[in-house]
Structures are given as C-alpha cells and as structure tokens.
Design a protein around this ligand. Structure first.
Ligand code: ATP
Ligand code: MG
Ligand code: MG
Ligand code: MG
Length: 469
C-alpha cells in the first residue's frame, strides 16, 4: 500500500465505525499561545475534551499535520539519526469525546491493524504497553483481544515523579489526564533495540507505531485524580511509521513518500549516491519548511519564524555538505507536491509563496555560510580537546547567522560538542553592551526568541527585516 492509500484506509476504517472525518488543522495552533506548533491530532479538539466545545459529533478521525521542532516536543536533533523521527509528520487519529472508551478503542486499533480486510499485520510482530496499574487495559488486551501476557508490558513511573511516565498522559499540571496503551512493531532481531521498559528501548527495533490515550481523570491543583464523568479517547499513529511497516522497510526514510523526495534531492544537487544522511535531512526539512510556510509562518528572528529559519539554514548547510552549488532547496517544493499535493491542496495553492520564501532565505544564508564554514574549519584544525569554544559559537551566530543548533549539528557529526555555557556568557555580554549603549530593548530570555536586531550586527550587518546585508 502507498502512504496515500494507508492514510485513506485509516480514515475510511474509522468512518465505518461512526467517526466523522475532520480535516487537519493548521500547523499554527488556533487560540493556544502556549503551543509553538501543532504537534498532535488532539490539539484541535482540546476544548472538546474539556467539554467547552460541543460539536455535532462525538467520534472524530483525522490525519493531522504535525511539527515537532523547537518547543516542548523537539525531534529536530533526531532527524538523520533515528529511523523514525521527523520534524514534520502526519498523525492519524481517532477520538472519542465522552463516547466510547478503552474497550472499543483497543478493539478498533487491533481490528484496523490485524484484520485481513484492513492492514493484516502479523500479530506475532506486535507488542503493547499499558500503564503499570491499568488492569482494565491489561485485561482487555489479554482476555478480549487474546494477546498473550508476555506481549503486554506494564510501564510504571520509572521516571521518578508520580504519573510522569511515558505511559501516563497529561494535558498540563492540572486538567484531563490518564493512562496510555502504546502499540509497538518488531522490525526484527537484526536491528539494535529492546522492548519498551528495557535499557535498550531507545533503539529502532521495536518501534512505537500507535499511542492510545485514555482520558480518565481530572487532576486538581492538590494533585488528586478525580474520575471524569465521561472519559474520552485520543489516539495518534504516525503515518510514516505504519507505512514503513506496510512497505516492509525498516526506516521511515525508505517509504514511498520519502524515496521520491530523496531521489529528487539527489537529482537537484547532482549526486549519484542516494544513501547519505544529509539527503534524508533535506527530505525531512523540505516537508516541515514547506508546510510551515504554506500555513503562514514567515522566517524571522523570533518565535515560530526563528524555528523555521533554523530548519531552513540546517537544510542549506546539509546541501552545501553534499556539494550543492547555488540555490537548490526551493526546488524541493515540486517533488513534495508530486507526493503530497493531493492530500494537502494548500501546498499547491501556496506554491509560489513557499518557493519564493525558501529561495530568498537560502540565498540570504548562502552569503555567509561559506565564510562561516571556512572560519570554523580553521578553528577546528587547531582545536584541542573535543569542545568548540563558546566564543566561536557566538561569532558564527552573531556574524555569520549560524543558529546555535546548526553549529551543534556540525559538531555532532564530528563527535565534538559546543560550549553552550560559554556561548550563553557571550550572549549575556552582548546584552550588557546593548543595554549600555541604550540602543536595544530586547527580551533575550530564550535563544528561540532572539530579536532580529541582535542577531547579525557583526561584519555583515542586517537591514530592518533582519536580512543579512
Ligand atoms: P517516540 O517515543 O517514538 O518519540 P512519542 O511517544 O513521542 O514517539 P506520541 O507523542 O505518542 O509519540 O505520538 C503518537 C505517535 O506519533 C507515535 O506513536 C508515532 O507513531 C508518531 N510520532 C511521534 N513523534 C514522531 C516524529 N517525530 N516523527 C514521526 N512520527 C512521530
Ligand atoms: Mg517522542
Ligand atoms: Mg514514545
Ligand atoms: Mg507515545
């Protein structure tokens, strides 16, 4: 099955189970300033779970555009390193707003994954986790579904604080919360990694494909869990991960959607060898950057726009590493439209803006990237030990427009690290200088929220829009 067919099959299955198909919401969360980007299918339904928003349906299904870069969930640094993480991915979900609960949710998930009519996955590849004390979920898996007890793993609060485990979800310190059951697929003994709950669990052998959250309690400020009168269900399955399973490949980057992007990137840059991590990074970043721009994010030096700028600059640097000459990144939009334009028409409709924005950004950064890289190489040739000095990281940042995470990315490729504390100290000095000069009135609390004037006023300088001049 192609990824497009799997997405459609999922939505159709849940429609046959009485769910209303709801379109993906924007990557810019509506009415939620606490959230950087939409990072889960449930975001657009938050108020439905809280009972503040009543819809004409109590069951919904969606394929939600998600970005996990910057903010609380940040998978940017996993890209290029794991087989299963992207900055942008699609989360397939089914939701019950005070309607069905654990029994139906588990039955639906199992039927969709294993029945011959739908995905027909071999059951001996599947494992599930339940929350340590959730006997109800354990019994449904074991007795109703018939899954043997050795395939049901209880995950407790091994992270210390009560109810802080991966298997207990909470919207915040107070509010709706509850246990999860997660479904894992075994990609085979030849791949490193262990079952959930073991020290090797962070490998790519047993991959989490689907999380089912049971919103069962309301936690009050005193930490007490009160049962919700009408418990709800929120689930999320990564389309790219289930596609990898269905297409008999191990890595998400080997699925149809990504193969097309990787091939195209290689062609655009003009290289033969398609098996290079930087190509995977480019494919990933082309998706997140294009979708973010299509949803209205503009590269800038603060907030969401700075996260976007950071991703674009990382992509440009990876292209440079592959030997790209001239601008290339905006040319990834067409191949992306080839594979995703039908499901997400905004890509087609906003194509010109997306291409023009990417082109402008990459041209702008290309001007300082080469110089910055040369400076860094000189520094690295003389480096003693394995840490790049904070003053160097700061100079690259301040003069050449290298976001800190970009320099860290280069360092990591060479088994080096950056002196973050040293960088922060340089930033603090710059703030002081700025205050002394009385020129700026800037909130420097987080790197992501850097004001544009502070970023590139070194040799290059910036204009009023933050463009390097
Ligand atoms: P992981 O433990 O692998 O990082 P997660 O527990 O953070 O995943 P959830 O928050 O439970 O993920 O999200 C639900 C589902 O979305 C996951 O089971 C997975 O299939 C998918 N998913 C989560 N993060 C990513 C990502 N960065 N890229 C692709 N798919 C993802
Ligand atoms: Mg995660
Ligand atoms: Mg997880
Ligand atoms: Mg999870």
């Amino acid at each position: 099955m192609t990824s497009n067919e799997i997405r459609e099959a999922f939505l159709r299955y849940f429609e046959t189970q009485g769910h209303t198909r709801v379109a993906s919401s924007s990557l810019i969360p509506a009415n939620d300033p606490t959230l950087l980007f939409t990072n889960a299918g449930m975001n657009q339904f938050k108020d439905c779970f809280l009972g503040l928003d009543k819809r004409h349906y109590v069951r919904a299904t969606s394929s939600q555009k998600c970005v996990r870069a910057g903010g609380k969930h940040n998978d940017l640094d996993n890209v290029g390193y794991t087989a299963r993480h992207h900055t942008f991915f699609e989360m397939l979900g089914n939701f019950s707003f005070g309607d069905y609960f654990k029994q139906d949710a588990i039955r639906f998930a199992w039927e969709f994954l294993t029945s011959a009519e739908w995905l027909a996955l071999p059951t001996d590849r599947l494992y599930v986790t339940v929350y340590a004390t959730d006997d109800e979920a354990f019994d449904i898996w074991n007795k109703d579904i018939g899954l043997s007890a050795d395939r049901i793993i209880r995950i407790g609060d091994n992270k210390g604080a009560p109810y802080a485990s991966d298997n207990f979800w909470a919207m915040g310190d107070t509010g709706p919360c509850g246990p999860c059951t997660e479904i894992f697929y075994d990609h085979g003994a030849d791949i490193a990694g262990g079952l959930p709950g073991t020290p090797e669990e962070d490998g790519d052998r047993f991959i989490e494909i689907w999380n089912n959250v049971f919103m069962q309690f309301n936690r009050t400020a005193d930490g007490v869990l009160h049962p919700l009168p009408a418990p709800s269900v929120d689930t999320g399955m990564g389309l790219e991960r289930i596609s990898a399973v269905m297409q008999h490949v191990h890595s998400n980057y080997e699925i149809d959607l990504f193969q097309h992007l990787i091939k195209s990137a290689a062609q655009i840059i003009g290289i033969e060898n398609q098996n290079q991590p930087s190509l995977r990074v480019l494919a990933d970043h082309a998706r997140s950057c294009s979708f973010l721009i299509a949803d209205g994010v503009i590269p800038s030096n603060e907030g969401r726009g700075y996260v976007l700028r950071r991703i674009i600059r990382r992509a440009v640097r990876h292209g440079n590493k592959l030997g790209a000459t001239g601008s290339f990144f905006h040319k990834m939009v067409q191949p992306l439209i080839d594979v995703m334009g039908e499901a997400y028409p905004e890509l087609v409709n906003r194509r010109e803006v997306v291409e023009a924005t990417l082109l402008k950004e990459e041209e702008q950064f290309a001007r300082t990237l080469e110089q910055g890289l040369r400076l860094l190489e000189t520094e690295l040739a003389q480096l003693q030990g394995n840490t790049i000095a904070g003053s160097m990281v700061f100079k690259l940042y301040d003069t050449y427009g290298f976001p800190v995470d970009l320099t860290a990315d280069i360092a990591r490729e060479r088994n080096l690290q950056i002196d973050e504390a040293g960088f922060e100290a340089e930033m603090a000095q710059q703030r002081q200088r700025a205050r002394d000069a009385g020129k700026f009135n800037i909130d420097y609390n987080s790197i992501v929220k850097v004001d544009q004037e502070s970023v590139f006023h070194g040799y290059a300088g910036t204009d009023a829009q933050g463009n390097i001049i």
